[in-house]
Each structure stands twice: as structure tokens, then as C-alpha cells.
Write a protein that binds this ligand. Structure first.
Ligand SMILES: [Zn+2]
Length: 245
């Protein structure tokens, strides 16, 4: 598989090719020129025609995303499609990122292959956005904060669910999900930080237990869309109870 050497690590064995995404402390995937200008540059970096319609479909129909959008709103961080999403061409094989400095989710239109991929990327990045909203996340200097959010995003976004189901079917290995989450979190950190795999691993190990068991706002690990729909229903009911108090 093309891309950084880490992208073909053991965690991705048997998994359909997936790009690591990034929670960016800076926007390294954006064009070095500083963004769209005019003329040729503008046309080079103009959103691909598929990106916006796929995003719209994701926002309107994907149960993971609908729950996260509700949860963000509930936490006072309502998401606006125009303001908080940006379709861009990205370097390497990164498929998306959360830019904490602008609270914007970047969707790498040159690397997002289809609707299912768009669903996963938006879900993953919205989990970072949710963490950014609910907690004072120190993305820039505290590697454990980044590690925690990457563990949660890998665990709850469905990044590991497809492979998980395949492995469960074939081998009944429940622990494979945990292994997948751990490995993907490490890859995600390495995609945005210039640190050794050992350091990234240690950060993930330090936070794994508590962050793997933090399922907010899903309340459970949503292994597939049906679980996600149940989780959304429960969230809406929870919301209702609160507003009745
Ligand atoms: Zn991430």
C-alpha cells in the first residue's frame, strides 16, 4: 500500500486499505501557498464535485453522524455545514483532519473514495470535534490528550468495525477490536506528530483503558449502523429526560 511506512502496520492487516486521518495541530495538508487564491490555483484547489454531495448525504442520513451532530448541539457547539467543513486536496494519503485552531474538519476530496469512506471520515473527525467542544483538549502540547481522542475516534467511528466483523465471523476474536483501535490510534498520531512509534505507543498505552471505555456520546460501542441508530435514539431520550427536569 502506498503512503507512509506506518500505514501498512500490523493493525491494518486484512483491512481494506484505509488512510490514516489526522487531528492537526497545524494544517500541514493544506496547500503550502496558504489556501485557494484565484485563477489556476483556485481551479486546482476547488472542491471536487463529489465531495459536497457526499458530505450532504453523510450529514443527512448517517446515524453515527446524526448522533454526533445532536450531541455537539447539545454541548453548545452546533455544527454548520458551510462553516465547519472544508473539501480540499491533501498531501499523501491522509483522508481528513480536524483543525483545532479553526474548529474546521478538512475532508480530503482527492483521497475519499466513496460514500462509506466519507461516512467514516466525517464520523471520526466529528469525534475529535466533540472532544474539542466538551473538554479543554490540549492538542498541541499534550500527546496524551491527542492519544485519548484518537483512541475514542478509532473505537467509536466504525474504523475498526468492518474488520472486526470479518474477524469475529472467522475467528471469534473479540480482542481484535481492541488491537485494531490501539494500532489505528498509533498510526493517527504518527500521521501528525514527528515522534517515534515507541513514544506514540506509550502515549496510547497510558490512556487506553480509560479512553477506550469512554463511549460518549454513544453510550456504547456502535459496531454498526443499527447500534448507532439505537445509540441515537437513547441519546434523544436522554436529552428529553434532561429537558423535563
Ligand atoms: Zn483522528
Amino acid at each position: 500500500m502506498a503512503g507512509p511506512p506506518d500505514a501498512s502496520g500490523p493493525g491494518l492487516a486484512g483491512e481494506p486499505p484505509q488512510q490514516p486521518h489526522s487531528s492537526r495541530q497545524a494544517p500541514p495538508e493544506r496547500p503550502a501557498q496558504g489556501g485557494p487564491q484565484s485563477g489556476l490555483l483556485a481551479s486546482l484547489f476547488a472542491p471536487s464535485p463529489q465531495c459536497q454531495p457526499m458530505l450532504l448525504e453523510t450529514l443527512e442520513t448517517n446515524p453515527y453522524v446524526r448522533l454526533l451532530l445532536d450531541a455537539m448541539k447539545h454541548s453548545g457547539c452546533a455544527v454548520d455545514k458551510e462553516r465547519h467543513f472544508s473539501c480540499e486536496d491533501c498531501n499523501g494519503n491522509v483522508s481528513g483532519g480536524f483543525d483545532a485552531s479553526t474548529s474546521q474538519i478538512v475532508l480530503c476530496q482527492n483521497n475519499i473514495r466513496n460514500q462509506a469512506h466519507m461516512n467514516r471520515v466525517v464520523t471520526h473527525e466529528l469525534i475529535h470535534a466533540f472532544d474539542h467542544c466538551r473538554a479543554h483538549v490540549d492538542w498541541f502540547t499534550n500527546i496524551r490528550h491527542l492519544a485519548c481522542s484518537e483512541v475514542r475516534a478509532a473505537n467509536l467511528s466504525g474504523d475498526c468495525s468492518l474488520v472486526n466483523e470479518i474477524f469475529r465471523f472467522h475467528f471469534g476474536l473479540k480482542r481484535h477490536h481492541q488491537t485494531c483501535v490501539r494500532d489505528r490510534a498509533i498510526l493517527s498520531i504518527l500521521a501528525v506528530r514527528n515522534i517515534s512509534k515507541e513514544v506514540a505507543k506509550r502515549a496510547v498505552d497510558e490512556v487506553f483503558e480509560s479512553c477506550f471505555n469512554d463511549h460518549e456520546p454513544f453510550g456504547r460501542i456502535p459496531h454498526n449502523k443499527t447500534y448507532a441508530r439505537y445509540a441515537h435514539r437513547d441519546f434523544q431520550n436522554r436529552d428529553r429526560y434532561y429537558s423535563n427536569i
